[in-house]
Design a protein around this ligand. Structure first.
Ligand code: HEM
Length: 469
């Protein structure tokens, strides 16, 4: 049975915020993982306390929250000091209110507020020039000071109509409980009513099958009548059947903070404890993935050609000592003529040497840097949009991924994403045709939207820099 968009959606933006549509099914399909109650309040907005590490198929896996919601908006505030300070107070009270109700853990509710370049350019341009972090590595290669926050660009394997968005602000809400996300969204947007012009609402899920059962991707895809849903392995964390949050494929601790690796100059420190966030939406051709690629080919394409893997396994170890660097990748390409998704990215996403971080922690060679928070969705491409024509909003549910990655800078993310297309860190390019089978997962993916954001530290999350006006 395929559901129409009307069955999916309750009504206009406000209605859509709380409306569950097909996502209500999630609660009936899985129990939330047992987690310890912790009330830490990390200085970083992108880090959650109480994240659990479980063992799956003999590999340590970080168990992210089950539910995710992203809300993008433009500001309906005059670029005047008094108006901005008032708005800043209102938003900060709203976010503080949520923290007084929910622990900042998967069992509670974690909210991350991030700001786009349009906000800094329109509301605090001079202060932004003086305070936005500078990317040291990108400045060196460009031979001029380069900000850690840059406008998003289309990548070689992106279709020409990928929308580069220009939102002022985005809110990411995460929890194991859909009702916490719905309640948090409703409270946040009711108490900031009039200040924000919502542009999109995006919803989704991941996991839920590490302890048995079909898992959310399989169950939700089946409920929505997605082509190929029956081919998704039971228990898979994501539609494409492989676990992507093994402990070693995710950046540890504060590694993605601006200041930790020394890659970014936080200048007077206003944004110390902050990070960069890339947000994109991709459609996934689930049926083609399982019908055109056998298990061996799916492993080669997601990981690395000829990587050892037991037939039917979902979670493969990617330890620091196994990290792939450029010579290995070039060797693979010479031998097999193809690149794997993570092996192609690792020369840019893994540390090339041990580094003592600004936080005093020793980050070892081979450690991953990006912290990904991506989740599957049935949105087409969004749950709700203010501009259905521009966003080519569709009627039917479609399989996809809302991709979120926290990196030390826009350029650091750009290097990861270019590597996914065969562009190597030293500028060399492996001749893999765009979106061909030889180019990792790209042949079954289609990117529709992109934007970069700056995630301030928690102390400066509301209308950053406005108080300095
Ligand atoms: C539908 C799309 C995607 C799927 C299904 C997917 C799936 C995965 C999987 C299964 C892994 C774990 C592989 C491993 O353990 O080595 C992984 C790793 C990774 N993916 Fe993706 N991915 C997708 C899109 C992207 C995109 C758009 C990026 C952007 C750069 C990206 C960046 C990464 C990074 C940085 C890693 C970790 C690499 C490392 O081990 O250091 N992924 N992805």
């Amino acid at each position: 049975m395929r559901l129409t968009r009307k069955e999916l959606l309750g009504g206009a933006a406000a209605g859509a915020l709380g409306a569950a549509g097909i996502y209500e099914l999630v609660d009936k399909l899985t129990d939330s993982p047992q987690r310890a109650e912790l009330f830490e309040r990390p200085a970083e907005q992108h880090l959650l306390a109480g994240m659990k590490v479980v063992e799956h198929e003999g590999v340590e896996v970080i168990e992210p929250p089950l539910h995710h919601q992203v809300v993008t908006a433009k500001l309906r505030v005059e670029p005047r000091r008094r108006d901005l300070l008032e708005a800043q107070g209102t938003l900060e009270r709203a976010l503080g209110d949520l923290e007084s109700r929910y622990a900042i853990t998967p069992a509670g509710l974690a909210v991350t507020a991030a700001w786009g370049l349009p906000y800094f350019r329109r509301f605090v341009p001079a202060l932004a020039d003086g305070h936005l972090p500078i990317d040291r590595r990108a400045s060196e290669s460009a031979d001029r000071p380069t900000s850690a926050l840059l406008g998003a660009t289309r990548f070689p394997s992106d279709p020409g109509d990928t929308v580069l968005e220009d939102n002022d602000v985005v809110f990411l809400l995460r929890s194991d409980h859909r009702t916490n996300v719905a309640d948090g969204a409703r409270r946040l947007f009711e108490s900031t009513a009039g200040m924000l012009e919502l542009t999109s609402i995006r919803k989704g899920f991941q996991g839920g099958g590490f302890h048995g059962g079909p898992g959310l991707p399989k169950a939700m895809a089946t409920a929505a009548g997605i082509q190929g849903a029956e081919l998704i392995p039971d228990g898979a964390q994501l539609f494409l059947g492989f676990t992507s949050t093994q402990r070693h494929t995710q950046g540890q601790s504060r590694i993605a903070n601006f200041e930790t690796l020394g890659l970014v100059d936080v200048r007077e420190g206003y944004f110390r404890g902050g990070t960069h966030m890339h947000l994109s939406h991709l459609f996934e051709n689930v049926e083609a993935w399982y019908l055109d690629f056998d298990f061996r080919e799916r492993v080669d394409t997601t990981f690395r050609p000829r990587l050892e893997a037991r037939e039917g396994s979902q979670t493969l170890e990617q330890a620091p000592e196994d990290a792939v660097f450029q010579p290995d990748l070039e060797g693979d390409f010479r031998r097999f003529g193809t690149i794997g998704h993570s092996a192609s990215i690792q020369p840019t996403s893994r540390l090339a040497m041990d580094i003592r971080g600004a936080d005093g922690e020793l980050y070892r060679k081979g450690n991953a840097i990006p912290q990904r928070a991506d989740f599957n969705t049935l949105d087409n491409p969004f749950f709700w949009t203010a501009d259905p024509d521009r966003d080519r909003q569709g009627e039917q549910p479609e399989a996809g991924l809302h991709f979120i990655s926290f990196n030390p800078s826009s350029d650091d993310f750009r290097r990861n994403r270019l590597a996914m297309d065969g562009f190597l860190p030293d500028g060399k390019r492996l001749p893999v045709p765009n979106r061909s089978r030889a180019q990792g997962l790209n042949s079954v993916l289609r990117t529709t939207h992109r934007q970069n954001f700056l995630v301030p530290p928690r102390r400066h999350r509301s209308f950053p820099l406005a108080e300095l006006l």
